[in-house]
Design a protein. Structure first.
Length: 121
C-alpha cells in the first residue's frame, strides 16, 4: 500500500499540483460513476473526497452511538440506516480506491515531466 497514497499525502508533503489534479480526477470519475450512473447524491461524493478515511469513523460513530437514539418503531431507524449507507458508506468505499488510483496515476504522470514539476520521490 506504500505506492497508493491518497491526495492528502501529496498535499501535506508539498506536492500540491499532484494533490489538486488527483482530487479533480477522482471527483470527475466519481461524479460520472456514482452521481450520473448510480443516482447517488453529489454531496456524498464531495464528503467522501474531502474526508477520505475520516468518513469511516463517522459511520462507526453513527453505528455505535447515534443509531440507538433514533426511534425504531416508526421505521425512522431503517430510513436513517439506508441514508447513511447510501450517502456516506458506499461513496467512502468507492472513494478509498478511486482516490488512491488517481493519485498514483497523476503522480506517475507528473513525475515523468522533464522539468521535474510534481516530482515523486
Amino acid at each position: 500500500m506504500n505506492l497508493f497514497k491518497n491526495h492528502w499525502y501529496y498535499w501535506y508533503t508539498g506536492k500540491k499540483l499532484i494533490a489538486v489534479l488527483s482530487m479533480m480526477m477522482s471527483f470527475l470519475v466519481m461524479l460520472a460513476g456514482l452521481v450520473f450512473a448510480a443516482g447517488f447524491s453529489i454531496w456524498g461524493v464531495i464528503i467522501a473526497l474531502l474526508l477520505d478515511t475520516t468518513g469511516f469513523w463517522l459511520a462507526i460513530i453513527y453505528l455505535v452511538f447515534l443509531r440507538y437514539y433514533i426511534p425504531e418503531l416508526t421505521g425512522l431507524q431503517n430510513s436513517a440506516d439506508l441514508l447513511v449507507a447510501k450517502q456516506l458508506v458506499v461513496p467512502m468505499l468507492v472513494s478509498f480506491f478511486v482516490t488512491r488510483i488517481s493519485s498514483f496515476s497523476v503522480a506517475k504522470a507528473l513525475g515523468r515531466w522533464p522539468d521535474g514539476a510534481g516530482k515523486c520521490e
